[in-house]
Design a protein around this ligand. Sequence first.
Ligand SMILES: [Zn+2]
Length: 487
Amino acid sequence: MAKLISVLDRYPEYETTIGMEVHVQLATKSKIFCSCANRITKEPNSNICNVCAGYPGALPVLNKAVINYAIAAGLATNCTISPTSTFDRKHYFYPDLPKNYQITQQYLPICLEGFVPIRLEDGSVKKIRLIRIHIEEDAGKNIHSSSSNESFVDLNRAGTPLLEMVSYPDVSSAYEARAYLKALRSIVQYLQICSGNMEEGAFRADTNISVRKKGTEKLGTKVELKNINSFKFISDAIDYEIERQIELLEGGGTVRQETRLWDDKNNKSIIMRSKEEAADYRFFQDPDLPIIQIDEIQLEQVKGSMPELPHNKFDRFVAQNGLSPYEAEILIEDRELANYYEKAFESAQSKQIVNWILRDVMGYLKEHKLELNQCKVTPEKLAAIVTMVENGKINGHAAKEVFNIVAETGGNPADIVKEKGLEQIGSQDELAAIVKEILAAHPENVALYKSGKDRVFGFFVGQAMQKTQGKGDPKVIQDLLKKYLSE
Ligand SMILES: [Zn+2]
């Protein structure tokens, strides 16, 4: 693959350091501190109770599933799981948080010091280190009316369990930021602890970006880019911000510490607030919640229930199934697609399986705007089509036709081949008879061929395909023609 062009290529004397804070909404059945369902609810304030709406005196009760999800995320990202961790209150005033503090883990987070391996453009692996993963609750949402100049508060989201995964500033380009987020998103999806849906905000990233001249020891002033909700915007926003900061410095200015938002309509970042002083959140340990103790037994239980992780699957696909890193990368990025491939490959251990998936299955889904689970060509049916091609029962042309019919109707590939009479006229003897017949009927062209006019070879192939109604194996026909013409 060609190296992607990075903004930094234009400013070779600069480098950038990027730290990422990723918020992962956990897909537990109920919210973190109450029994309200943890799901997206349309009707505002219809999925709340005294606890998540922050009534004074309401007592939180910890949802234990959240702890197991956090442990799984920590183990999957090579973190140390703290035997003891606590919940703290982070105080601030905001309408979408009526109790005026958010419950988080400031002092003793549940996971410490891990790393996530990412693959770079040249195929090498880089480790992005994690400082910590902590558990916290999400706030509600403020909704600002564009027509009436009013604002509303919807607390349905309040109390949704979140993990915040905080990295060291190890990311050094937009490409790496994207690779890191994709790797992280795959991990939480494989663990089935988060939907990974970025548009719904279930997986969202804040990015701290700074630039400095190479060789400078001190990090540059960091600017925070908030809540970007697509991979494309993340690349665009980071590249824009790197260039904005370098140009500021080149022009003799200074970068101010501030929080910016990405305006995807105009492709630029805009200032949201300046961050001259660190806010004082007056953290203290929440007296309403117990100290979390995690022992070896619980750790082993979570470990035992974890699936194969995406980077391990990648290694296995390449080493054992003979996929190229490019093919493996596309498959593992989507857990469902990887599972689809595995099922199909189980039924037909052919190198062709991956080609059919990347070209035909994905092409069909894209064209018809379908999800993989809506695809009528099941892994078993795809394997059946590929097997028929490999056994010489049908040729590639017929296989495409069968694929399209199965995709439309969900029919059985073998039955379709029979009904449509798509079997290849495959036996060597049958085809040999046809070839001999054609040569005998066109002695003048045989003479031309033998006198060196190679072009008439195409004529013979065309005749043979016509005789077999397109069902002859072209490769066999060509071999037979060559054989008899040289006699
Ligand atoms: Zn509630």
